[in-house]
Write a protein that binds this ligand. Structure first.
Ligand code: F0G
Length: 416
């Protein structure tokens, strides 16, 4: 069995011990496998015959019993070759890994299927998270699926309506905290610390990261067991970039891929502590007190997994970039209009970042690039409607409809 390990002082903890921070130094934890043991398990397993999904990788997941698995069929999302978008930005080979195709419409489901399964294994009856929206939607769904209680803390005002609707309809207790995400997360940490019966499922929980690492595995398998040259990914609390990198390094260590991609994180200008640290060559972040961006999902000023994210970017010789709200909305529209893929604003930041990095010569036009789009566009219909042409209201008459469409209206004279 794997164990939990501190990313800083390397203290080890049992896989079934409930803790979110290292007891010795307070840093965050990750799950570590014995690769000899894992290789042995894999060589005797039929995992390659299973369909592409998170649970194809059951052998790579720190879960005791298959019977405990709480699933809605997550993962196995499309890796869409996007030639028109490639041409638009000036690349030869570009793919969009569309995580909006997951059961609740975001990549969070990969983490929640494993995280909530672990909660069930640990006997938890009540799960909690702070969220900018998608985490709460996903946790609410998986808690409902498991038949356990769910509480979510969201920042007041700035959460996309689709996500709120999901958390509410799945029966979660929704608290709108008068403050931002970072403040909500602090309360969730304190609650889980004080009330041991509440199990915390933000991405600081290393079991969430285990589920999300499958995103890295899938991309390589969809590219015929090759890693792309670069993966571009939106960054908020920084769990996902860390998870994808973990998956990639594990596949590399197991010999399934020969090379590793450059991890490229994108943040919105108004909430970019990690991108700033990378740009200034610092090993530490300066948190942003009042983060702002239209991409509410990544409106985060104090990302908890910043150290893992910076490590991933450095180890992979990648980079980080910031994009403005205008660039994000423009990218959202372009992706929807020329590739038929509708994503929420935070997700479009990976496309906006791609465009900028190609333009600035940081990304070479010969690179094989995968952009991850993290959440479905219907999560935030308000933003989509605001930046699109309004429907034209017409009378229920053929001539009015033709006129609105710019078609010539001709009187049809019936010959007698
Ligand atoms: N994209 C979307 C659509 C998200 O919802 C999030 C995070 C991210 C990107 C960033 O991922 O935090 O792992 O770096 N949303 C969280 C939430 C914070 O509460 O739903 P990250």
């Amino acid at each position: 069995m794997p164990h939990q390990e501190c990313i800083n002082c390397k203290s080890q903890y049992d896989i079934d011990e409930i803790l979110y921070f290292c007891k010795k130094c307070g840093d965050i934890l990750e799950i570590k496998f014995d690769f000899k043991e894992l290789s042995q398990t894999l060589s005797e397993s039929n995992w390659k015959t299973k369909p592409l999904s998170v649970w194809r990788y059951r052998d790579f997941m720190p879960i005791h019993e298959a019977a405990n698995i709480v699933t809605l069929n997550e993962g196995g999302t499309g890796l869409h070759r996007s030639p028109r978008l490639a041409e638009e930005v000036g690349l030869k080979e570009l793919y969009v890994k569309n995580e909006g195709e997951n059961p609740t419409g975001s990549f969070k489901d990969r983490g929640m299927t494993v995280g909530v399964t672990k909660a069930v294994e640990l006997g938890a009856r009540h799960v909690i998270c702070a969220s900018t929206g998608n985490t709460s939607a996903s946790l609410a769904a998986y808690a409902a699926r498991a038949g356990i209680k769910c509480t979510v803390l969201i920042p007041s005002g700035k959460i996309a309506y689709g996500k709120l609707a999901q958390a509410m309809i799945h029966g979660a207790k929704v608290l709108q905290v008068r403050g931002n995400f970072d403040q909500a997360l602090e309360f969730v940490f304190k609650l889980a610390e004080k009330h041991k019966s509440i199990y915390l499922l933000n991405s600081i929980n290393p079991f969430r990261i285990e589920g999300q690492k499958s995103l890295g595995y899938e991309i390589c398998e969809q590219l015929d067991n090759k890693a792309p040259d670069r993966i571009i990914i939106p960054v908020g609390n920084a769990g996902n970039i860390s998870a994808v990198w973990k998956g990639l390094t594990e596949f590399h260590q197991l010999g399934f891929i020969k090379t590793l991609p450059k991890m490229t994180g994108i943040q919105a200008v108004g909430s970019a502590p990690i991108a700033q640290a990378i740009k200034t060559g610092s090993d530490k972040i300066i948190t942003v007190e009042n983060p702002e961006t239209i991409a509410t999902a990544i409106r985060i000023g104090a990302p908890v997994s910043w150290k893992k994210a910076i490590n991933a970017i450095h180890e992979s010789h990648g980079t980080a970039e910031t994009v403005t709200d205008e660039e994000i909305l423009d990218a959202q529209k372009i992706l929807a209009r020329i590739e038929g893929i509708f994503v929420e604003p935070a997700s479009a930041s990976s496309i906006a970042g791609l465009k900028k990095l190609v333009k600035n010569g940081i990304i070479d036009k010969d690179e094989r690039v995968v952009c991850i789009t993290t959440g479905h566009g219907l999560k935030d219909p308000d933003t989509a409607i605001k930046q699109s042409e309004k429907p034209i209201e017409v009378d229920a008459e053929m001539s009015a409809i033709e006129q609105a469409l710019g078609l010539q209206t001709r009187k049809v004279i019936l010959a007698r």
